[in-house]
Structure formats: structure tokens, C-alpha cells
Design a protein around this ligand. Structure first.
Ligand code: ZN
Length: 411
């Protein structure tokens, strides 16, 4: 492809909306607009990544040399600007979307079933205690000994869904939906109709409610729960004795520092972009090429621009001529361009009659693995200059050996 056909617009300055260096260089090199829309050059780069993915299948991302984390069905690239959060274990490499991640729940001896006997229920006044925080403060008890109630309505059949998790933990709505289907917050009317009281709710005595509890609840004895009456709570509520859940499952949102379910190491919570997904039953991972391009730019750049390696680069060669005084360097560059195309070497030909400095800067920004420069000085000796993007030194290569020299350097 020729530079002018691609209508490349490079920029000297980083866009002021750049959230990462990779994005900044993709805009400056003319792959993306500031609004994150691919240009002609960007579309070429994305097409190239799609073709690589078709060729390499599941090994596509490792072929690009990207540092990824993931599981069988989703591959992520950790990046501060990422749009999703994942839990990751640096020890056993367990990785999952945060809202679905599992962790080893801490056991708390004084609420474990084998330590305390179930005690009789006791109704106690708890004025203005409609949050776990205020309840725990008022009674002088740890949050772990309280039952947190969350109330929903199932979308498909309008069934009232009553959820209990321990007071020190957060519900993952994604995990809940995975068990019961889509839900929405219950309205005040629906809560009253089910026999519950907002802020003072418990599953005891409810009518027609789908009771769902976290799997820690049956092991946690004598929890404080609402009395379904404003201003009152019940001490010593026990699953199995006082109410029974229809569904017992892991419902808790993982957080930074929780113990890995597999190995016990502390989990990290990372921002990430998704690079590839395997839908249910699909044989191969499907790439999200826009995110892959960003990850490639993030991985491969220096202070001057992109430093794309083969095979990540859409074009292996940045071919350019230095306008000559006595010789027609451009005509010679055209010849070399044909030679490289015939040899199947992806080449971008900077065919502009611009100053050398401008073209060198653009070559560095765009980041093809090798720059080939056709200038008068070399041509007098029958040579062209070959410079890999990532090394300082250039080489002079006889024109007739250019294809061979490029193939050696791309290895
Ligand atoms: Zn682990």
C-alpha cells in the first residue's frame, strides 16, 4: 500500500484525551482518530489481526507475544484503562470476571456450626437500625454475625426473591442472576405484600418467596436478622430451623485480597480489556481485534512511536525514498516496491516528496518492523539502507539482495 492511498495523518503531539501510551501512539501514527475510530490504516491493521487469528486459532495471542491472563473461555489484557474488572491469582493464574470469581470464604469460629449450639430466637428493639452498619454498632456485634437481606423480583414470573448473605459480605448480582434468572429490585409494594419490612427484613414467615442464601449461611449460626417489623430485629436466627432456602449457592462478590479458591493466595483485582472469547460450545476463541490492537500498541512502543514486531505489524516494511538532487530515487523506490510485493512482503511505501526528517519521524511513529530507505548516497553504490525499527544501527544492502536481507531480519 502507498502512504498517500492510505491517507495517513500523523500527529506530533499526543492527543489530550489519551488514557494510555498505546492509544496515544495509535492516534499519533494515524491508526485511530482521537474518537477511537479506525482510519484506513487502522482497518488494515485490524484486518491483519483477523487473518492472523484465523491462521493461528487459540495460539493467536501468544504468537503476538502479548502478556495475557485468562481462563478457558475468556482472555484478558490487564490495563489501567480497561473496561472490565477481573480477579486474578498470581500464584495459580486463576482468572475470572470479578462478579463471577470464586474465592475461599473465611471461616469465623464463633459463628461456625460446630462451635455454638443454636440458641432460641429473641426479638429485640433496634430503633433506627435499617443498615448492617447501624445494627452492628447498636448491638455491639461484628457484622459477620448479622444476616443481610436483599429483595428482588424475578423478571420472568414476578416471583419475589429474598436473598440472604452474611452482613460482612457483598452480594454479586451476576451470581444471583446465574442461579435464578434476571431480577430487578423489588418495589416497596412488593416487599410489603410478601410480608417483609425494608431495613428490617428476614425470610422468617414470608409468603411465596423464593429464598436464596449464600452457601456460608447454613454454616453460620445465631445470626441477627430483621423481625419484618420496623425497629425490631431477631437474634439467633438459624437456617434449617427457622427457615429454609430453595437455593443455596455462592453469591458473594470477590474483593481485592480475598483468598484464591484454588490455592489460597491473595487475589488481585485488575482492570482489563477482553482480547478473546469462546462462546458456549465454540471450538476456537473469537478475537476482539480492536482491543488486541490496543494491547499490541501498549506492549510494543518506545518514546518515538510503535515498535511492532513481525507478525503483529500489518506491514513489515516501511519503504521510503529521500528526494535526490541528481537521481530519481522515487523511480528506484517504485521498482523496489514491486520487487517486495512480488516477494509477498507486506510493504507500506511512503511515496511522498517530503523532507527526510518528516518521513523518518513518521516511520518511527507507524512502527513497521523494518525501514528501507532509498537515497542517492546508497544508490551510487547500488545499495539501499535497511534499518530494523528497534535497533539504532542501519545496514547497507545491495539492491539485488534486499529480499533475502529482509527475510533474514524478520526472523
Ligand atoms: Zn490461586
Amino acid at each position: 500500500m502507498k502512504y498517500r492511498d492510505l491517507q495517513i495523518q500523523t500527529q506530533r503531539e499526543a492527543p489530550n484525551n489519551a488514557r494510555t501510551e498505546g492509544f496515544s501512539f495509535l492516534v499519533r501514527a494515524g491508526y485511530l482518530t482521537r474518537e477511537n475510530v479506525p482510519t484506513k490504516l487502522g482497518e488494515r491493521a485490524l484486518d491483519h489481526l483477523r487473518k492472523l487469528s484465523d491462521t493461528f486459532g487459540d495460539t493467536f495471542l501468544s504468537t503476538l507475544g502479548l502478556q495475557t491472563i485468562g481462563n478457558e473461555n475468556e482472555i484478558f489484557y490487564a490495563i489501567a484503562s480497561g473496561s472490565i474488572e477481573v480477579a486474578h491469582c498470581t500464584s495459580c493464574k486463576y482468572t475470572e470476571r470479578l462478579e463471577l470469581a470464586r474465592f475461599a470464604k473465611p471461616t469465623i469460629p464463633h459463628v461456625e456450626a460446630d462451635r455454638d449450639p443454636p440458641l432460641p430466637i429473641e426479638k429485640v428493639p433496634t430503633p433506627d437500625c435499617d443498615t448492617i452498619e447501624s445494627l452492628a454498632n447498636f448491638l455491639g456485634i461484628p457484622k459477620e454475625t448479622t444476616a443481610k437481606a436483599l429483595m428482588y423480583t424475578r423478571v420472568v414470573d414476578n416471583r419475589f426473591v429474598f436473598v440472604i448473605v452474611r452482613g460482612d459480605m457483598q452480594l454479586s448480582e451476576a451470581k444471583l442472576k446465574g442461579k435464578v434468572g434476571d431480577v430487578r429490585a423489588a418495589t416497596a409494594e412488593e416487599i410489603t405484600k410478601a410480608g417483609a419490612a425494608a431495613g428490617y427484613a428476614s425470610p422468617i414467615g414470608l409468603k411465596d418467596a423464593l429464598i436464596v442464601v449464600d452457601d456460608l449461611i447454613p454454616q453460620s449460626l445465631n445470626l441477627v436478622a430483621g423481625a419484618n417489623e420496623a425497629g425490631y430485629h431477631l437474634k439467633n436466627t438459624n437456617h434449617g430451623r427457622d427457615y429454609s432456602a430453595e437455593i443455596i449457592a455462592d453469591l458473594i462478590q470477590t474483593k481485592e485480597g480475598d483468598a484464591c479458591f484454588n490455592c489460597g493466595n491473595q487475589l488481585s483485582v485488575l482492570s482489563a480489556d477482553i482480547l478473546a472469547t469462546r462462546s458456549h460450545g465454540e471450538a476456537v476463541l473469537r478475537p476482539h481485534v480492536e482491543n488486541v490492537l490496543l494491547a499490541v500498541a501498549e506492549t510494543y512502543h518506545d518514546e518515538k512511536g510503535l515498535t511492532l514486531p513481525n507478525p503483529a505489524a500489518a506491514f513489515d516494511i516501511y519503504l521510503m525514498h529521500l528526494p535526490g538532487k541528481a537521481m530519481d530515487t522515487r523511480a528506484k523506490a517504485e521498482e523496489i516496491y514491486s520487487t517486495l510485493q512480488n516477494a509477498g512482503i507486506g510493504t507500506m511505501f511512503d511515496d511522498r516528496d517530503e523532507r527526510a526528517g518528516v518521513k523518518f519521524n513518521d516511520a518511527d511513529l507507524i512502527g513497521c518492523p523494518i525501514r528501507v530507505t532509498v537515497g542517492e548516497k546508497g544508490l551510487k553504490e547500488g545499495m539501499v539502507e535497511l534499518k530494523p525499527r528497534k535497533v539504532k544501527e542501519n545496514q547497507f544492502v545491495p539492491i539485488e539482495k534486499i529480499v533475502e536481507a529482509i527475510k533474514t531480519n524478520l526472523k
